[in-house]
Design a protein around this ligand. Structure first.
Ligand code: PHE
Length: 507
């Protein structure tokens, strides 16, 4: 219908100066007309460009002014996003009214019950309608209210007639906006014909048998058409950030530690790190212990003896903790609560040979018996780095941290004194986040205590600077994810993994 009209009109006329007027004159839907123009344009039956008459508001007034469409009664209004929400959930004033119990409600409590914008707009409109008494206690003034706003919005969606005053007020509240359309200027194109020829998209066996392929006109290939989306694997953001971190560590000359054991003994996870056996982190509230096998088979006995002594009575200029150290407690198997368990094993191994300085890192999974919320899971990944050399100082630690974090795009750092049983001094690491405009905690660090290093057999002047952070935190910041459950675990959003860019430009 629209196609015939356009091609037919161009047969005897130079041009259609505005598709909107054209559609209105013929009583056609402008969207249909535009679709046909685009298709005819694609096959070069017509040439089309945006009409110099520009963008029109599809209201009665503008159409009257332009001298067309006198007999079209319907105004074209569309709902704004806000309008759509209220059409679905009800107007804020009615939501507010319904949230007030018959006996009234204190202002701050009512505020807690509603979204901030619903509360704010709801109060203003409900007061204007004289539905409520405002004050510290908010009460109802009337028994019942009708949601006229919602009704009108729904009528507009359905294309029904709405009272002019209501239109005015909905427009003033920005719940509706006039529908606009772009008009096209249309002329004959190089392939113009009064009727569209059917073009073949495929050469069939029948075409060949009948011989009609000779007369057929074939549709041209569209070499710029997008192909089907490729079905393939997608790297999870955690894997991508892990790779980036591995590269950073390797560029800085760090070797990766073997982290392929999730099950660890309490000894390596806690005792070797001078973490006393009564420490709250060793409680089953914070740590997952194993039922089977519940204990470790083997520990290096002479080293265990030195660890026991340092906990009980100290040595190496330390007084120790002064308690009765229990082997049974050290034997208990657990899911490692930090990758520092691996660092303690590696430093012990290092101490068994003639001393060489080392730089080690690891990135792997750890487990904590924690309540799960939008920023915590019971399992997550830890990034850990350490440098072992003679005579290292806190200055070295700060320098290495600046180097490491600036490679991640975090060059503004601050440090705050902290406490870890196995490091002294210890520092929390904060980085200034330009987007959030605030300092965010990005890691924990320190110098391993002599009570940890000397029983292992490391030289007196060997020092270890070390730091740890979660892989999830920087990944969430880099990918703008605010709920950890979208990133990891059973509720992970697979769409998010597919949609993520292959690479992030900048950091
Ligand atoms: N193990 C610490 C944690 O779990 C991180 C850390 C590593 C702190 C090394 C100091 C040194 O938070």
């Amino acid at each position: 219908m629209a196609e015939e009209a356009i091609l037919g009109y161009l047969e005897t006329n130079d041009q259609i100066s505005d598709s909107g007027h054209f559609a209105a004159q013929l009583g056609l839907d402008h969207n249909d007309v535009v679709n046909v123009i685009k298709s005819l344009h694609g096959f070069r039956y017509v040439d089309a460009e945006i009409s110099p008459l520009g963008i029109h508001e599809m209201t009665i007034n503008s159409l009257r002014r332009s001298g067309v469409m006198q007999d079209i009664k319907k105004e074209a209004w569309v709902l704004t996003d806000e309008g759509k929400t209220y059409a679905a959930t009800g107007s804020p004033e009615v939501q507010l009214f319904l949230a007030i119990p018959p006996e009234g409600i204190p202002k701050d409590e009512l505020q807690k019950k509603l979204a901030p914008s619903v509360y704010k707009i709801g109060c203003a409109q409900a007061a204007k309608n004289k539905w409520v008494n405002m004050g510290t206690l908010i009460t109802r003034k009337v028994q019942h209210v009708d949601d006229k706003v919602k009704d009108s919005l729904l009528r507009i969606t359905d294309g029904q007639v709405v009272d002019q005053d209501d239109i005015k007020s909905l427009k003033a509240r920005k719940l509706i906006a006039p529908q606009t359309w772009k008009g096209y200027l249309v002329k004959k194109g190089p392939n113009y014909a009064p009727k569209r020829k059917k073009v073949a998209t495929d050469l069939t066996r029948e075409n060949l048998q009948r011989g009609d392929w000779k007369e057929l006109e074939f549709k041209e290939y569209n070499f710029t058409a997008k192909g089907l989306p490729i079905e393939g694997g997608h790297l999870h953001p955690l894997l991508k950030v892990r790779q980036q971190l591995k590269d950073i560590f390797r560029q800085m000359g760090f070797e990766e530690m073997p982290t392929n054991n999730f099950v660890e003994s309490s000894f390596w996870n806690f005792d070797a790190l001078f973490q006393p056996q009564q420490h709250p982190a060793r409680d089953s509230h914070d740590t997952f212990f194993l039922q089977a096998p519940s204990t470790t088979k083997e520990l290096p006995e002479d080293y265990v003896e030195r660890v026991k002594r340092v906990h009980e009575s100290g040595g190496y200029d330390s007084r120790g903790y002064g308690y009765d150290w229990k082997r049974d407690e050290a034997n208990k198997n657990l899911l490692r609560t930090h990758t520092t368990a691996v660092s303690s094993r590696m430093l012990y191994l290092l101490a068994q040979k003639p001393f060489v300085p080392k730089k080690y890192f690891s990135i792997d999974r750890v487990f904590r018996n924690e309540a799960v919320d939008r920023t915590h899971l019971a399992e997550f990944h830890q990034i850990e780095g350490l440098v072992c050399d003679r005579g290292l100082t806190l200055g070295d630690l700060i320098g290495v941290l600046h180097d490491f974090f600036s490679r991640l795009g975090m060059s503004k750092l601050r440090f705050k004194p902290a406490y870890n049983p196995y490091t002294e001094p210890s520092m929390e690491i904060f980085s200034y986040h330009e987007g959030f405009q605030k300092w965010v905690e990005v890691g924990n660090s320190g110098m391993f205590r002599p009570e940890m290093l000397l029983p292992m057999g490391l030289p007196e002047d060997a020092r270890v600077i070390a730091w740890g952070l979660s892989l999830e935190r920087p990944t969430m910041i880099l990918y703008g994810i605010d709920n950890i459950r979208d990133l990891f675990g059973p509720k992970v959003d697979l769409g998010l993994i597919k949609k993520n860019p292959i690479c992030r430009l900048g950091i």
